[in-house]
Design a protein around this ligand. Sequence first.
Ligand code: PEP
Ligand code: MG
Length: 325
Amino acid sequence: RQEQYARLRDIPPITKDGVAIALHMNAGLALDMPYVHETGAGAIGLFRTELQFMLAPRFPRMEEQRLFYRSVLDALPDRSVTFRTLDIGSDKILPYMAKIEEENPALGWRAIRIGLDRPALLRMQLRAMLKAAPGRELRVMFPMIANVAEFDKAKTMALRELDLIRKYNYEPPSKIEFGAMVEVPALLWQLDLIARRADFLSVGSNDLVQYLYAADRDNTRVSKRYDNLSEPVLRALKFILDAGERAGTPVTLCGEMGGRPLEALALLALGYRSLSMSPSSIGPVKAMVLALNLGAAKQKLDELLKDHEGAASLREELRRFALDM
Ligand code: PEP
Ligand code: MG
């Protein structure tokens, strides 16, 4: 199997009916970098910067952060990397940070909320990123954005750091793109606003589905109760994509569902053209893309969304369609 996928490495992901799909990779450690080449991933669509912080014995200094980001960019001179700012809290604990007792950590103080409340931390990380990319494109993405005000604040902090590094005569990035993760349902009602402000949107389906269904993603008692391949989830995902199209802002998805072939098929049928996934998923998803008649899949999904009559899941019907491909 793995060998078979390795042979797909240099084949571009294009559907049978000729639609090019971008398959990107999620990463977070130096260890992950060789997989970019092994899988033939077009880019790093999600770089989880918190992993460096989780493994370190203490809060990494600005210079340690900069060197790490620099090494990631240097390893990929011709591919883009989307760095996500620190997404800690909830399931991601830093051992050296005072533990905060919260009744509902997933709904608690985490991700951009910490960054905005402790601006020194976020500013330091933004400075490290800006200084790590002299003369090249830098893509920065903010996690758990719940409304456009949070995005505006975070972006303003980044621009202030940019002014500072210019003032101190460091070479800035040649271009900076700011993105928002769409993973808090409240943002679904500010999609047009966020799509006009952000340079790109990336759907965090792990969290988005957890919050849509109010079902803890790590609690197997409830996490298997609801399906990604269901009307509520698929309509939400389509809604995000439509807002991106109206604003001319690219929308990608970097949650685990993009790495499962049947889910990926549904995403492409909805209109997604870019997915970021763990390295081991790229081969299987590419094999699906190469076998896919996207026009037929779109027609099938449209029908299922219209005529499901309240079914809790569209999985079986989609699976049957996929097996007939
Ligand atoms: C997500 O929520 O889907 C996501 C990509 O981020 P994480 O899994 O790191 O929360
Ligand atoms: Mg998330």
